[in-house]
Design a protein around this ligand. Structure first.
Ligand SMILES: NC(=O)c1ccc[n+]([C@@H]2O[C@H](COP(=O)([O-])OP(=O)(O)OC[C@H]3O[C@@H](n4cnc5c(N)ncnc54)[C@H](OP(=O)(O)O)[C@@H]3O)[C@@H](O)[C@H]2O)c1
Length: 298
């Protein structure tokens, strides 16, 4: 099916793993969408599922008031939109980027007469359309009002403020937490393997304790927010000792110790700075001081 002058609820530009999942969920939610991808062959399964394929990105944009982009990065977004008329459109960027990139794209969109919403997808493609998918959005409230009905068919959508960089900042905060945890998990998996235990058992157990871990992280965030580090339930020194234990186990089992050494080294910086009996959240003071020194030296 190819585009004609019919009006669509949204144009979806970019049908990689994530863009295709968004389009599929929107179609399943009964939305009329027009799609485009640089490599047209990738659109075929979606056309089979009811999407209209535009002959060009410009044709897709022309056919819809809401334009949702999900490509590799902001540079790809700018290159594909460069020569397209965006006057009066709502532009939603769902490609991952930095807060500064979001602000720059918002400023660029304003010069092109578009309302801009920056979004961040907190899910993998197979989760899109399901109960565990979240999209953070920030920027123009007008753009949010226009895009929200479609976005909500793909994920739970949370408008996190009018700052164009806010969604990207929260996204990077989540990604840092996630990938930090994943590196720790891989070390944990080696501990389990060294004991000839099944790694999937660790995975299942982690799901069970995730609410408790989430609560600990939230408590740390509160401590940082209120600068409240004294009389902790569990001290920074205990974190350092736990990571030292991981280092010792790695030596005993002759497994890679790089993560364990890194984590122990980080917490040791907090102990050496005199924060050993404070909350682990006191690590933020070590990182702030390091930024200040770097800034002063620069
Ligand atoms: N996958 C995930 O788990 C996940 C989760 C959260 C957020 N995201 C974000 O979603 C975005 C897309 O990820 P993905 O997993 O869909 O990546 P992907 O499968 O690698 O797809 C990349 C998409 O970008 C398009 N593209 C790249 N450069 C382009 C250009 N210069 N002009 C036009 N189109 C261009 C590709 O088109 P072709 O098909 O022609 O190459 C393709 O549609 C990324 O920013 C990613 O960080 C992904």
């Amino acid at each position: 099916m190819h585009s004609n002058s019919t009006h669509y609820e949204a144009a979806l530009l970019g049908l990689g793993a994530m863009g295709a999942a968004l389009a599929r969920a929107a179609l399943a939610g009964g939305r009329r969408v027009i799609v485009w991808n640089r490599t047209a062959a990738r659109a075929e399964p979606l056309v089979g599922a009811g999407a209209t394929l535009a002959a060009s990105a410009a044709a897709a944009v022309e056919a819809a008031a809401v334009v949702i982009v999900c490509v590799t990065d902001y540079a790809a977004t700018l290159s594909l939109l460069a020569d397209i008329d965006l006057r009066g459109k709502t532009l939603v960027q769902l490609s991952t980027g930095t807060p500064q990139e979001a602000r720059e794209l918002a400023a660029w969109a304003a010069t092109r007469g578009a309302h801009y919403l920056d979004g961040a997808i907190l899910a993998v493609p197979s989760q899109i359309g399901g109960e565990n998918a979240t999209i953070l959005a920030s920027g123009s409230e007008v753009a949010y009002a226009a895009a929200e009905p479609l976005l909500r068919t793909t994920a739970a959508v949370r408008f996190v403020g009018s700052g164009f960089g806010t969604a990207a900042a929260l996204d990077l905060g989540v990604l840092s937490t996630l990938f930090g945890a994943l590196l720790g998990f891989y070390q944990g998996a080696r501990v389990i393997e060294a004991e000839q235990l099944p790694v999937d058992g660790l995975g299942a157990m982690l799901v069970a304790v995730m609410p408790a871990i989430g609560e600990m992280i939230r408590n740390d965030a509160e401590a940082i927010h209120h600068s409240r580090y004294a009389a902790p339930e569990s001290s920074l020194e205990i974190c350092w000792r736990s990571m030292e234990l991981l280092t010792r186990q790695a030596a005993e089992a002759a497994i890679d110790a790089s993560f364990a050494r890194f984590a122990a080294g980080q917490f040791y910086r907090g102990v050496a700075a005199g924060f050993g009996d404070e909350s682990p959240a006191a690590m933020i003071k070590v990182l702030r001081a390091a930024s200040a020194q770097k800034g002063a030296g620069a």
